[in-house]
Design a protein around this ligand. Structure first.
Ligand code: NAD
Length: 440
């Protein structure tokens, strides 16, 4: 398993649990050292325990030596990052760097698997690079027996391990159907419907899936913004429309805009893939535009209440991560919201159960005197002019409202996740503004 980030580590441990012997290779010495100590470089439920269990069982080994790790491998899985480049295209430099290394180090035939999210055509290019290297080293007989499979990953940060062990589907792209048994063997023990596709269809499926989900969020956010204006309650509307099986209730939420390492980058990359083939994906361009607008909604509510000058105002923020269950702050709407308030002179008292270490490591957030961090969510409220709820952590759902009222200078809440009941908040004496609902 080459690359031990969210995907490589989780799926590597998962395959080890299913009975494979997995050698994890990671280029970052710091990450590798942490893993050797049994520490996970990011927050993800259940992974520390699984790492310990699999390392003790010797089914999961760690290595910084690619040559050693490759020896005898029947399958080589590439799970390195594919972040957006400055134009929004998937940056494939890590994937191709791995392919170049394999072309120099590999001495036997095996199945290559690309788990990273990559544009259409990448699997074939990687196989070509590896085979060209083998041929150049006089290993033609190895090159002809090499195979490649696309195995896109659908795990979600926050439930990564559970998603790996209970997938809703297994999508595999193959150029040669004779490679299927080895992919099946790798997943033996998992119960899920299989979708065996061409390499191109499998590559596109991952982007299509994320573009669809991101667009679903943007549709919900648009509906929520309309609901709030006309006096409808989005929370009730989403349930009612979700009862139509063609729409479906899962994933019908409104919020402060999508973030994270996947949705924004994959929608951008799909737009570029289409453009490279002469097609303008208008719908997905609009998905991104709607999302950028949505990231401002919560801060705009504050500005509407207090005006554009927020000097001498202090706001508490509950939640910095882009969603609950992770410390990932990539493209989190917290970045846009907090930045917008600070630009207008406000100070921020922030609390997040997992993402504060991450926030402090970010240039803008870590060194900004306008932001202070609190280890206790109630302490973060003390003396502030209002609370903003940005991440839907469970611990924010049923707090001690009287303690909140005691701490806040004004009992004012701006809720980006629709976690409380509007009527109850009124009864408790809060001024409560939330996305998708009107407070009168
Ligand atoms: P990540 O950045 O967390 O991890 C990638 C790892 O690969 C890093 O630890 C990096 O140091 C390592 N790496 C880079 N070059 C290497 C090399 N030459 N040799 C060994 N290690 C190397 O990324 P991630 O979130 O795990 O995502 C990996 C891929 O999976 C991406 O294409 C992403 O789009 C996709 N994906 C991610 C998620 C998710 O929720 N994070 C879900 C599905 C798919």
């Amino acid at each position: 398993m080459i690359g031990l980030g969210y995907v490589g580590l989780t799926t590597g441990l998962g395959f080890a649990k299913l009975g494979a012997t997995v050698v994890g290779v990671e280029v970052s010495k710091q990450k590798l050292d942490q893993l050797k100590q049994g520490e996970i470089p990011f927050f993800e439920n259940g992974l520390p325990e699984m790492l310990k269990e699999m390392m003790n069982s010797r089914y999961f080994l760690l290595s910084d030596n690619l040559t050693e790790a490759l020896s005898g491998a029947e399958v080589i899985i590439i799970a390195v990052g594919t972040p957006p480049d400055s134009n929004g295209r998937a940056d494939l430099s890590s994937v191709f760097a791995v392919a170049q290394n394999l072309s120099k180090e590999l001495n036997h035939s095996c199945l290559l698997i690309i788990k990273s999210t990559v544009p259409v055509g990448t699997n074939r290019k990687v196989l070509q690079i590896v085979c060209d290297g083998l041929v150049a080293r006089g290993k033609e007989e190895v090159a002809v027996k090499m195979g490649i499979a696309s195995l896109p990953e659908f795990l979600r940060e926050g439930s990564a391990l559970a998603d790996m062990m209970n997938p809703d589907r297994i999508v595999v792209g193959l150029s040669d159907a004779s490679q299927l048994p080895i992919v099946e063997e790798l997943h033996k023990g998992l119960k899920a419907p299989w979708h065996v596709l061409s390499l191109e269809s499998a590559e596109l499926t991952k982007y299509a899936s994320n573009a669809f989900l991101a667009t679903k969020i943007s549709i919900n956010n648009e509906l929520a913004n309309i609901c709030a204006r006309v006096g409808a309650d989005f929370d009730l509307v989403r349930r009612a429309i979700g009862a139509d099986p063609r729409i479906g209730e899962p994933f019908m939420y409104a919020g402060p805009g999508f973030g994270g390492s996947c949705f924004p980058k994959d929608v951008k990359a799909l737009i570029k893939i289409a453009k490279d083939y002469g097609y303008t994906a208008e719908m997905f361009l609009q998905t991104l535009k709607t999302n950028e607008k949505q990231k401002n909604v919560l801060a705009d509510m504050v500005i509407e209440k207090f005006g554009d000058n927020l000097k001498n105002k202090i706001f508490s923020v509950w939640g910095l991560a882009f969603k609950a269950g992770t410390d990932d702050m990539r493209e989190s709407s917290a970045l846009t919201i907090i930045n917008k308030l600070i630009e207008r002179g406000a100070k921020i008292q922030a609390y997040d159960p997992e993402a504060m270490k991450m926030a402090k490591s970010l240039d803008y957030f870590g060194n900004n005197p306008a932001i202070s961090y609190f280890e206790d969510k109630y302490e973060a409220l003390s003396g502030t002019d209002g609370l903003l709820i940005i991440t839907e952590w469970k611990e924010f759902c049923a707090p001690d409202f009287s303690e909140m009222k005691k701490r806040l200078k004004t009992p004012l809440i701006f809720d980006g996740r629709l976690v409380y009941d509007v009527k109850k908040m009124k009864e408790f004496g809060f001024e409560y503004h939330s996305i998708g609902r009107k407070f009168e």
